[in-house]
Write a protein that binds this ligand. Structure first.
Ligand code: EPU
Length: 430
């Protein structure tokens, strides 16, 4: 089994380039189905979630060419299938974006229920409510395959009961070619929602208001191919920001949109870390013992739940006591058991974690419970005295492009065991 090994204690120094956003690309790849044409997409991250997306599209009948290491040309003209089975669907959460995309293309879809990181129950009732509002009949059969069918999709007003990234994206995909006006409220406002809207608009869609609470979509008959570059990954950037701060390092994080990082920068500033923003980069300079602070995760533009485990590592070595309140997911503190093994002092009560800052962490064998929990283990390993071995690193490969090489380039003593080439995930087309 592959493991990440880290000999901790080195302050990170230098420059690191952020890759394209995972949560944007996993929506944009299915969205290419709506064009029935050729799309060229740049700034694609080399992560295993993208490999799964590519395989699903190929199984549906798309032709995909790798133009260079981060650019794909996707031709969806000859796609005929509307069906995705368990084998592929269980590999990632975002496979459910194919429901909206296939429904938008064919008026029907058969997609097995998705897998992905486990933070407790992850219902899709809001997605279903939205599809039904557009006129689709939805049923889930005994084997767990969702069947969606509409004679014709018709625009409608959709009022979600919760703010959901996934439901907002799925409805955008289904509504873009529905007849008439669709209004989505309250819409999620994450950067990847805006990126998807920009991508669809580049294909000829008429979507307004992405990034606000209300998205208005006027259905168009036909979409066409386009060239598009994915935005930089907010959470990957935030992960390097926190890693630089936690190791008392000095790092320039390049190819970012600083506006997307504001809530993360604000927390680091509160911790006494130096954060300097430039046009498309941020400079982070840590201090030996960060200040404690409290944080509550919120939908964008609040502090992202996907940065919660990484920040917990920084707060574990802060001066004083901190509290983290998780308001998005019911069960996102499983990783704390692993941090306790490394000497962190944290107790959990429901959706709150209480962190007593300690002077140092020590290396230990730990596990990546999920993607962001895995990123937190890497940061903890970089901070800790001694050696940390991280298991179940396939979670990390789902969403971090060449994480080992990037941290090595910043001076970290980190490597992959059982991989003689010492390479990260490489995009697989073929
Ligand atoms: N919810 C419902 N019903 C639904 C959908 C969601 O009750 O039909 C609830 C969820 O249970 C949760 C809340 O609404 O309590 C928010 O869930 P949301 O739908 O926004 O999350 P998601 O779309 O499943 C995306 C990201 C997650 C990220 C969340 C929150 C992707 C592929 N995933 O998940 O990212 O944590 O938004 O920002 O975009 C990650 O990248 O590590 C990751 C898990």
């Amino acid at each position: 089994m592959e493991k990440i090994i880290i000999n901790g204690g080195n302050a990170l120094h230098g420059e690191v380039e952020i890759s394209g956003a995972k949560n944007a690309v996993v929506a944009i790849i299915p969205a290419t189905l709506l064009a029935q044409d050729v799309c060229r997409i740049e700034n694609i991250p080399s992560i295993s979630d993208v490999n799964v997306m590519i395989k699903i599209l190929q199984q549906l009948g798309a032709e995909i060419k790798m133009i260079n290491k981060n650019t794909l040309e996707i031709d969806t003209r000859h796609v005929l299938s509307d069906t995705i089975g368990h084998e592929m669907s269980k590999q990632m959460r975002a496979s459910y974006y194919f429901i909206g995309a296939l429904l938008g293309r064919f008026n029907h879809a058969r997609v097995a229920m998705p897998g992905g990181c486990s933070f407790g129950v992850r219902p899709i009732d809001q997605h279903i409510k939205g599809f039904e509002a557009l006129g689709a009949d939805i049923s889930i059969d005994k084997t767990g395959v969702l069947n969606a069918h509409a004679d014709k999709l018709l625009g409608n007003s959709i009022n979600f009961d919760v703010v959901s990234v996934g439901a907002t994206i799925n409805l955008m995909l289904a509504a873009v070619k529905a007849r008439g006006l669709t209004i989505i409220e309250p819409a999620a406002k994450e950067p990847h929602i805006v990126d998807l809207a920009n991508f669809l608009n580049s294909m000829g869609a008429d979507i307004r208001g992405a990034g606000t609470d209300t998205i208005k979509i006027r259905g168009v008959e036909k979409l066409h191919g386009c060239e598009y570059a994915i935005i930089p990954d907010q959470i990957e950037a935030g992960t390097y920001m926190v890693a630089a701060a936690a190791t008392n390092g000095d790092v320039l994080i390049k190819n970012v949109i600083p506006k997307h990082l504001e809530s993360i920068s604000a927390k680091l500033l509160e911790c006494g870390v130096l954060v300097e923003e430039f046009d498309d980069s941020v400079h982070i300079k840590g201090i030996r013992r960060p200040n404690h602070c409290n944080v509550k995760t919120m939908p964008h533009p609040g502090f992202p739940t996907d940065m919660q485990p990484q920040l917990a590592v920084l707060l574990s070595i802060a001066n004083g006591n901190s509290m983290i309140s998780e308001s998005v997911w019911d069960n996102r503190f499983r990783y704390i058991e692993q941090l306790l093994r490394m000497g962190a002092k944290i107790s959990v009560d429901g959706k709150s974690a209480f962190i007593e800052g300690t002077d140092s962490l020590h290396g230990a064998p730990v596990r990546a419970d999920d993607l962001r929990a895995g990123a937190a283990m890497v940061i903890a390993g970089l901070v800790a005295e001694g050696t940390t071995e991280i298991e179940e690193i396939y979670h990390i490969k789902r969403g971090y492009d060449h994480i080992i090489e990037k941290f090595q380039s910043l001076g970290a003593d980190i490597y992959l065991r059982d991989d003689p080439d010492n390479r990260g995930t490489v995009l697989e087309v073929g």
